[in-house]
Design a protein. Structure first.
Length: 351
């Protein structure tokens, strides 16, 4: 009898604790998401040739990053805090401690840290450090179909720190206007230096289009490419449930001389909900600039990628070939060449 009463009391206590934890969790209202990724890449010249971010290591089982994001909405206010650990995106976000670019101490990065307040049902304002609104691809691999990234992605901003206002004219049309720091810095001691905007049009469930604009001057020389005007277009169209097409086109005019231009097409076939095959065809050109800075260069790149998904897990085999008008790559014996190719296998788990 005593044992039965004791067991009942323990059970009640356990139920009460569980209920309290559940109630506390509901009150917090936190959304937790993230991803983990790792890869192996083999360069056909046995040299790390195609340095378009995140897949630099040759013939090595290497890690990408652990990405953790927290989101919460309470009434009209919401916040996003996203932190990643690992080399993917390293040196592109906030450095930790006394770490410097190229230093092993640099191991974690703030990807997003911003607060949004809805002034009305149509108008909201956001302030903080945000993933850029420019471009088609992003740092976190779980949001990209291809594991390696484009030249356009590597040339443009990764993050924008600033204040922006977003207005929804309708469910189909929206406009964002903001003021921002220099590219990729959360703190600009030289002052806010850039103006940006995004016009978004979503005619129906099959299509979405974004026209992006960013202009300003790097007063402190934080970025080599951040003084000028960038116009960027991103489009997606689902022709059928099986076939989709994406497009990214960018023109960047640097103040004085230089800049870059390029376009990338993203056709993709969804064999079923778990298997997809996609191609990225890209043209990228660095414009003429002063001799002490950079020489004009054109690159054509073709990437064939497959995705095999099972719940949050994705297996990504990929083959890529790049061709330049200049000898910007190297052969196995380190002699220069205009061509480079690589094969990679990546594992990504998103939750």
């Amino acid at each position: 009898m005593k044992k039965s009463i004791f067991t009942t009391l323990i059970s009640l206590a356990f139920i009460g604790t569980t209920y309290a934890q559940t109630e506390k969790s509901e009150l917090l209202g936190l959304e937790i998401s993230g991803s983990v990724d790792t890869y192996w890449k083999y360069d056909f010249q046995k040299q790390p040739n195609i340095n378009t971010y995140f897949t630099e290591d040759n013939n090595s089982v290497s890690i990408g990053m652990v990405d953790l994001a927290l989101k919460k909405t309470a009434g009209k206010a919401s916040f996003v805090g996203e932190l990643s650990f690992g080399p993917r995106g390293q040196y592109r976000s906030i450095l930790n401690g006394d770490g410097q670019a190229g230093d092993d101490k640099n191991s974690f990065h703030i990807q997003n840290l911003y607060i949004t307040y809805a002034l009305t049902d149509r108008l909201s304002v956001t302030a903080g450090f945000m993933g850029t609104f420019v471009g088609y691809e992003v740092i976190c691999p779980s949001f990209n179909f291809h594991y390696s990234t484009s030249y356009l992605f590597g040339a443009g901003p990764f993050q924008d720190a600033g204040l922006k206002a977003q207005y929804k004219f309708s469910d189909k049309v929206g406009l964002m206007v903001g003021i921002f720091n220099d590219w990729n810095v959360y703190q600009d001691l030289n002052g806010v230096s850039h103006l940006g905007s995004q016009l978004s049009v979503t005619p129906n469930e099959k299509s979405s289009f974004y026209l992006n604009f960013l202009t300003g001057s790097s007063q402190g020389g934080v970025s080599n490419y951040s003084s000028g005007t960038l116009i960027d277009f991103v489009g997606n169209y689902n022709f059928t449930p099986l076939f989709t097409l994406g497009l990214n086109a960018t023109e960047y005019k640097r103040k004085g001389d230089g800049g870059y231009t390029g376009a990338a097409l993203y056709p993709r076939v969804n064999i079923n909900e778990n298997i997809g095959i996609g191609v990225r065809g890209e043209y990228f050109k660095i414009k003429e600039a002063p001799m002490h800075e950079v020489t004009a260069n054109e690159v054509m790149s073709a990437t064939l990628t497959a995705n095999f998904k099972h719940h949050g897990f994705t297996f990504i085999p990929e083959i890529r070939f790049d061709n330049s008008n200049m000898e910007t790559f190297v052969k196995q014996d380190l002699t220069p060449t205009k061509n480079a190719g690589q094969f990679s296998l990546a594992l990504v788990y998103a939750f």
